[in-house]
Design a protein around this ligand. Structure first.
Ligand code: ADP
Length: 513
């Protein structure tokens, strides 16, 4: 399939016909949600230098449309729009902001089918999973619409008779939100919803691989009555956009989900103007299956925790540590469950595994499997590219894995689970903690005391006990070590967008009694 850039060489008469043809691949009930320009204030805009970049369907390789390849200059305009909007948005009452956010939530849910379809087209996940993400993503908007009304201050008991001391909360200011492709909606709402609730405005940079869901969500924010400039969307040259956000003194906070490598660049850059930073970076989630685990619960939990989104989430199980006494039974039952997964285009009925996002992702998966096999792992299920070709990989289970393998140390970000055998609890905990990452961990046991001990011992920000799906809007999502800083979701997620201001009222004369 031709890229849009390649089509730039076509004659002017051929180009509109090709563009029409591309547009027909995206059929929505509300075609007004199919936006392919950036949003600055109330204007849908091209890049200032007119450059574009294609958006591709990972399942078919077809070009869906092209979006502006925006850069630093475009980003400065978006920052100016967000800065202008901040004055009035932050002055509105919390209940006002809450009502508009509630409208946005309602529109996201009303347009769930269209949003899910767009998401499948640009990201590849199965339609049911995409619809689930729309509900999950919208839940942050609903939750923070409610929390907006609960940003309380404090009155501090004063140690001095003539002084009164209090704490007010203020929005930090303009927020730069940079998000990845694996959750095209939820990673945005998880940042933008608490930002808006606190009174901040935002410049959002979705992944260039999945900008269409973000643009549709921004259109719905405008339809909901959220004033222009409160949410702006730019995409294109990620380094140019990132630098513009970092260098701006008007941007007071960077919130990022993505790779640890880019997170480190942003964190260092934010130091130049001492911005607040929230980072949700890579993981290397262990899942410990103890001898006394309920086999059915463990198989279902590990399956969901490993293979959803084809293994492309930062909380996806990366290593399954299985105790000696249950190893064979677990490997057998889990292998059967993995064999039952259905691979294909996410728009087709009954598909549970979509494509990987691109061929680079597939190459990485292949490299990890080859490395594991060369070091003694045994392929129990899958182990190669899927017959559908391109970006499809067979859901894979490896036995006899060890901590010497690449897959033990690095996030595979694909549908491959290695089983590592262990004997004692302490051995498992030590192996699980043997990582520079600390995002999510999982353990399966029917023994409460053992589960509690493991949860306390795991050096991770989140622990699923007898549960493979832990993310919701009401929990504090985030990691320790090099998995990040700060929390998203829950009451804790709002603090990331608030400044604390202490006010001391002095010389309060005591009334004469
Ligand atoms: P992934 O491997 O999940 O794509 P990345 O960290 O590369 O993770 O990308 C996450 C987000 O960060 C994307 O929106 C991407 O465009 C953006 N990004 C990548 N490099 C930079 C950078 N140097 N500055 C700012 N944003 C960046």
């Amino acid at each position: 399939m031709r890229s849009v850039r390649a089509m730039g060489a076509q004659s002017p008469r051929v180009l509109p016909a090709l563009l029409r043809q591309m547009g027909t691949m995206v059929q929505l009930k509300e075609m007004g949600l199919f936006k392919s320009k950036g949003l600055i204030g109330d204007k849908w805009v091209d890049a200032e230098d007119g450059r574009t970049l294609p958006v591709t369907n990972p399942a078919t390789g077809e070009t869906l449309t092209s979006v502006p390849l925006m850069s630093g200059g475009d980003t400065q305009k978006a920052i100016a729009a967000a800065s202008h909007a901040f004055t009035s948005w932050s002055m509105r009452t919390a209940s006002d902001r809450s009502k508009l956010m509630r409208n946005w939530f309602n529109l996201l849910i009303e347009n769930k089918d269209d949003l899910a379809r767009l998401m499948v087209l640009e990201q590849g996940k199965p339609l049911a999973e995409a619809a689930g993400e729309i509900v999950y993503g919208a839940s942050f908007v609903e939750f923070y619409a409610e929390e907006a009304k609960r940003v309380y201050g404090d009155l501090i008991p004063s140690p001095f008779a003539e002084k009164r001391m209090l704490v007010m909360k203020h929005p930090v200011g303009v927020v730069g939100a940079i998000t990845p492709w694996n959750f095209p909606l939820a990673m945005i709402t998880r940042k933008v919803a608490p930002a808006l609730a606190a009174g901040c405005t935002a410049v959002v940079k979705p992944s260039e691989l999945t900008p269409l869901t973000a643009l549709a969500a921004a259109e719905l924010a405008l339809q909901a009555g959220i004033p222009p400039g409160v949410v702006n969307v730019v995409m294109g040259d990620s380094v140019g956009i990132g630098n513009a956000l970092i260098d701006s003194t008007q941007v007071r906070k960077i919130t990022f989900t993505g790779s640890t490598a880019v997170g480190k660049i942003l964190m260092a850059g934010a130091g130049k103007t001492v911005k607040k930073v929230s980072l949700e970076l890579g993981g290397n989630a262990p899942c410990i299956i103890f001898d006394d685990a309920d086999l059915d619960i463990a198989v279902k939990g590990a399956l969901a925790g490993k293979y959803r989104n084809s293994g492309q989430t930062c909380v996806c199980i990366n290593r399954i540590l299985v105790q000696d006494g249950i190893y064979d039974r677990f490997a057998e039952a889990f292998g059967q469950a993995v064999s039952g997964l259905r691979v294909g285009n996410g728009l087709e009925e009954g598909i549970t595994q979509g494509p990987l996002i691109n061929e680079a992702a597939l190459d990485k998966v292949e490299r990890h499997v080859e490395d594991a096999v060369s070091k003694g792992a045994k392929v129990l299920v899958g182990g190669k590219r899927h017959s559908l070709g391109r970006t499809f990989y067979e859901p894979t289970l490896l036995g006899n894995a060890s901590d010497e393998m690449l897959i033990f140390r690095e996030e595979v970000f694909g549908p491959v689970a290695p089983l590592v055998r262990f004997k004692t609890d302490e051995e498992a905990i030590k192996m699980a903690n043997e990582s520079e990452f600390g995002l999510a961990a999982y353990a399966f046991t029917e023994n409460i005391a053992r589960g509690w001990h493991v949860a306390e011992s795991l050096e991770y920000g989140m622990v699923g006990l007898n549960e493979g799906l832990i993310s919701t809007e009401v929990e504090p999502f985030g990691g320790t070590k090099q998995s990040g800083l700060g929390r998203e979701g829950s009451k804790y997620g709002l603090d990331e967008y608030l400044e604390v201001k202490y006010v001391c009222l002095g010389n309060m004369k005591q009334p004469v009694v």
